[in-house]
Write a protein that binds this ligand. Structure first.
Ligand code: NAD
Ligand code: G6P
Ligand code: MN
Length: 442
């Protein structure tokens, strides 16, 4: 019988923790659990989450699972089997800065894309490298399953510093896109074998083979996308941002009907439309603070107040299930297929080998086996990706070398930025706002 596992959540206080733990419990037959540890640098958030997870465990009859919360890395990681990583260096307050500073200059203000994403990347690299370092020291055999954003940038930083780390970088966006398409247009995603290539939050489907229908359904989905906009699926119901994002998939597909795009391409292809629709005083960070964040505090307060009914309030779609499926695939050699963020090394043959790309991959007991496309990608996608990869590489160089010049080059090359003048203005303002978090750039 499989040994009961110890899971450490890095960023235990994250608003996503209840959804992930729910998925862990729902899959206890494939992922038997001895212990859950919440690790966070913020004691208050971690304590709140402890209450919520303790409530969930008792409610579902998992009293035998040991639960702890700690701010001490040695206690958190020693002897653990899996680390689910989901930290946000600087929290939502700094996300708000990323979004608002960029928007002030009429540029896309977004968590992972554009200059907001670069600002977040400069903060996030240090936090994630610290976690990976702790794991190398205290639990070198454990697998790190990472959701921490911005994924392309942090993966590149980890690839350079810990090339042999047992780490899988994944994003839930492709699975959310697939679920939204399936729900809107009447398919069952469980029958799909999707093919896709790109960078994180920057890619395209090349086919979606439906096993039950025995054909590639991508051409008919493209047709549908161009004529009938999608509504958000249950898990994002009533969320204006996601409604706009999925509507923009139709705009992109109408103009470029050769592939199904990742919705995040809207920020690179139509930044002007995105900025026009943005509220510069109330951004996504504000919505999340007033929504998911507030719900989490309220759940903890209800438990403190002794309530036992109507306490839990979360629903994050496939996010938790996806990371749990990765863990079970490693543990039980299930060889399931995921879209993963991996060093290219020929997977996209005509893109530089050291790019960090997002492609399908099988996961089993020996780790990740990415699938090679075996054919070159077209010049349009290649040109877009090359500029993005170079911009991200320059940013990571800037971080390691403490180079202002490299940071300015990265900001200038970012596809959401029209000229070097505005790149410099935003960079200088972001350096000031991130004094506590970024390395010194000279
Ligand atoms: P959040 O702010 O609610 O939670 C993040 C937690 O990390 C906080 O409790 C914070 O105190 C903690 N933290 C910050 N720095 C830390 C450090 N150095 N060490 C340990 N803990 C630290 O954020 P959230 O909205 O729940 O998102 C969490 C992360 O997951 C973000 O990076 C977000 O972008 C990412 N995310 C990724 C995907 C994906 O598909 N890849 C999907 C959703 C969220
Ligand atoms: C998707 C993306 C994540 C991103 C999240 C933002 O899940 O794949 O990378 O972090 O959306 O969601 P939020 O509600 O925080 O804006
Ligand atoms: Mn993502």
């Amino acid at each position: 019988m499989t040994k009961k596992q110890i899971i450490t959540i890095a960023g235990g206080g994250s608003t996503y923790t209840p959804g992930i733990i729910q998925a862990v419990l729902n899959n206890a037959d494939r992922l038997p659990i001895a212990e859950i540890r919440l690790y966070d640098i913020d004691k208050k958030r971690n304590d709140d989450m402890y209450l919520i997870i303790d409530f969930m465990l008792k409610k579902d009859g998992y009293d035998q699972v040991k639960l702890s919360s700690t701010e001490d890395p040695k206690t958190a990681f020693t002897g653990c089997d899996f680390i689910f990583s989901q930290i946000r260096v600087g929290g939502m307050k700094m996300r708000e800065q990323d979004e608002k500073i960029a928007l002030k200059y009429d540029l896309v203000g977004q968590e992972t894309c554009g200059l907001g994403g670069f600002a977040y990347g400069m903060r996030s690299m240090s936090g994630l490298l610290e976690i990976v370092g702790y794991v190398q020291e205290f639990a070198p055999d454990a697998w790190i399953l990472n959701y921490t954003n911005p994924e392309s940038i942090v993966s590149e930083a980890v690839r350079r510093t810990y090339p042999t780390a047992k780490m899988i970088n994944a994003c839930d966006m492709t699975i959310s896109i697939e679920e939204t398409i399936a729900v809107n247009y009447g398919y069952d995603r469980k029958n799909w074998i999707p093919s896709y290539y790109g960078l994180n939050h920057f890619g395209w489907y090349t086919s979606i083979y439906d096993k039950s229908l025995g054909r590639d359904v991508m051409p008919e989905i493209i047709e549908k996308l161009t004529t009938q906009e999608m509504a958000v699926a249950d898990f994002n119901e009533g969320d204006k941002t996601w409604q706009e994002a999925f509507s923009m998939m139709s705009v992109i597909t109408r103009n470029f009907p050769t592939h199904i795009p990742n919705n995040y391409l809207e920020y690179y292809l139509y930044p002007d439309m995105v900025v026009e629709h943005a509220d510069k005083n109330y951004t996504r960070a504000n919505m999340v603070m007033d929504g998911r964040e507030k719900n989490t505090r309220e759940m903890a307060q209800k438990i403190r107040d002794g309530l036992t009914e109507d306490v839990l309030n979360f629903n994050f779609g496939e996010h938790g299930q996806y990371i749990v499926d990765m863990a079970t695939s490693l543990l039980n050699d299930e060889r399931r297929r995921f879209m993963l963020i991996v060093p290219n090394q020929g997977a996209i043959p005509n893109l530089r080998a050291d790019a960090v790309v997002e492609v399908p991959a099988y996961v089993g007991a020996t780790g990740v086996e990415p699938i090679s496309l075996r054919q070159p990608i077209n010049d349009f996608h290649k040109g877009l990706m090359e500029a993005q990869v170079a911009a991200e590489k320059l940013l990571v160089d800037a971080y390691f070398e403490g180079s202002y010049q490299k940071a300015l080059q990265a900001f200038t090359l970012n596809q959401t930025v029209p000229n070097a003048r505005v790149a410099k203005l935003v960079l200088d303002e972001m350096i000031e706002a991130n004094k506590e978090y970024w390395p010194t750039l000279a």
